[in-house]
Design a protein around this ligand. Structure first.
Ligand code: AR6
Ligand code: MG
Length: 313
């Protein structure tokens, strides 16, 4: 694989962690001022990430240890062990319930499907952690889509949560193959959106891309659609940030300024912008502040160099 594409895929994982950590202090807020985000970026404080990156790293480890193939029980157990070791990372309410039900004897798929009166979670938890599948699939869109869906269902069985995860993973793959040019991004993102079944996630993403194509402000559309923890809101919001941004840093600023679930919107925007611009484009002064950057680099390089994955679940 070309060095440039490896750099782009590595960028998807680093961008996830960086976005998560940059957005974390602003979570739940609205009306955030640009100067506040710029002051945070200019500070020297450690950039500590949350459950988004914690789960992404666990997914990366499982993909690495199984040569890229994905067993849902094994992945669920790994998520549960990681949660038990650091439950303070800011997890949503759903995943710990899944882990408890699985400890009681249900399969992870059954447990995840039983949440919220049997509708499954429509939260963004499966989409926020998905970047490692783009690396394990080494940019192959179909393989990434299959892996994204399999990993999603371990905790999130609602179609909107699965769609969000499939979109972020496949968008990272298509963006990693491009030049990063904005007009090209507007042309490439629908390739990922068109892989989704019709539904609220695809419709909202399409609305954001159409706004950008028409010369309107995608951030204003995202603001109207909402920026909460539901995948149908936060995944389109992350797309808006990508369409506003001109590099990884400005994409993350745009994501945080949307407010709401800022850490996760920025994590997903970071996955896509990292794939658009590459790990080598991310300023060293930010990466030097990122918690456990060495482990992220190691996981990325291992995933990108190991053999072709098989995605049976
Ligand atoms: N019906 C009603 N409410 C729901 C449903 C549903 N079917 N699905 C989700 N919710 P969860 P996540 C609401 O708990 O997706 C962390 O801060 C419900 O209020 O499955 O992993 C991360 O950093 C539920 O608790 O967790 C992310 O920001 C919430 O959506 C986020 O949480 C989140 O779904 C990830 O959360
Ligand atoms: Mg979080």
């Amino acid at each position: 694989m070309a060095t440039r594409q490896l750099d782009r895929l590595q960028g998807a994982l680093l961008g996830t962690a960086l976005g998560d950590a940059v957005g974390a202090p602003f979570e739940g807020r609205h009306g955030i001022a640009t100067r506040e985000v710029e002051a945070w970026l200019a500070s020297s404080a450690q950039l500590r990430w949350t459950d988004d990156t914690h789960m992404a790293m666990t997914l990366a480890q499982v993909l690495r240890d199984t040569d890229g193939s994905l067993d849902t029980q094994r992945l669920g157990d790994a998520f549960a062990v990681a949660y038990e070791s650091e439950p303070w990372r800011g997890y949503g309410a759903g995943p710990p319930q899944v882990f408890a039900l699985a400890r009681g004897g249900m399969t992870y798929l059954e447990a995840a499907g039983s949440l919220f009166s049997g509708s499954g979670s429509f939260g963004n938890g499966a989409a926020m952690r998905v970047a490692p599948v783009a690396l394990a699939a080494r940019g192959d869109v179909d393989q990434a889509a299959a892996l994204a869906e399999t990993q999603a269902r371990v905790t999130h069985t609602h179609a909107e949560a699965v769609d969000g995860a499939v979109f972020v993973a496949t968008a990272a793959c298509v963006l990693a193959s491009g030049t990063g040019d904005r007009a090209e991004v507007i042309a490439l993102l629908p390739r990922a959106a068109d892989l989704l079944p019709s539904g609220r996630v695809r419709a909202a993403i399409t609305e954001i891309i159409d706004a950008a194509r028409a010369g309107e402000d995608p951030a204003a559309v995202a603001h109207d659609l909402g920026t909460g923890v539901a995948a149908r809101e936060s995944v389109p919001a992350a797309v808006a940030a990508v369409l506003v941004g001109e590099d990884v840093t400005s994409t993350l600023v745009a994501a945080v300024l949307l407010g709401g679930d800022t850490d996760t919107i920025a994590a997903m925007a970071g996955a896509m912008a990292g794939a658009r611009y590459g790990a080598s484009s991310i300023p060293d002064r930010l990466l030097a502040r990122l918690e456990d950057r060495e482990t992220l680099d190691e996981l990325a390089s291992t995933l990108l160099t190991q053999g072709e994955p098989d995605h049976t679940g």
